[in-house]
Design a protein. Structure first.
Length: 94
């Protein structure tokens, strides 16, 4: 697998630079592909010490204001290095 050496090099870089890094994922709904991707991210980050992952699983029928509040909470967290909103979102949130 040609990609494996690249992945390993990235892990080593993360390991070196990951002192107290906090990353967030907001996932709306339970789309199998999205859940698999989030699990893959979790598994990868477990191999790197110093990185904390905060995964917020929101139900698919969530109101926009609830999603917005979660985004604002992540933004307000001074310890949060970054976060992602897992796509796709349910149609009512487009």
């Amino acid at each position: 697998m040609i990609g494996q050496p690249v992945v390993e090099a990235m892990r080593q870089d993360l390991q070196r630079d990951a002192t107290k890094t906090k990353l967030g994922i907001i996932q709306v709904g339970q789309l199998q592909e999205s859940t698999s991707y989030v699990k893959q991210v979790q598994n990868t980050l477990e191999t790197v010490s110093g990185i904390t992952l905060v995964h917020r699983q929101m139900y698919a029928e969530i109101a926009f204001c609830e999603l917005e509040k979660q985004i604002m909470d992540f933004n307000a967290d001074d310890d949060m290095s970054g976060f992602m909103l897992q796509l796709p979102l349910p149609r009512h949130l487009h």
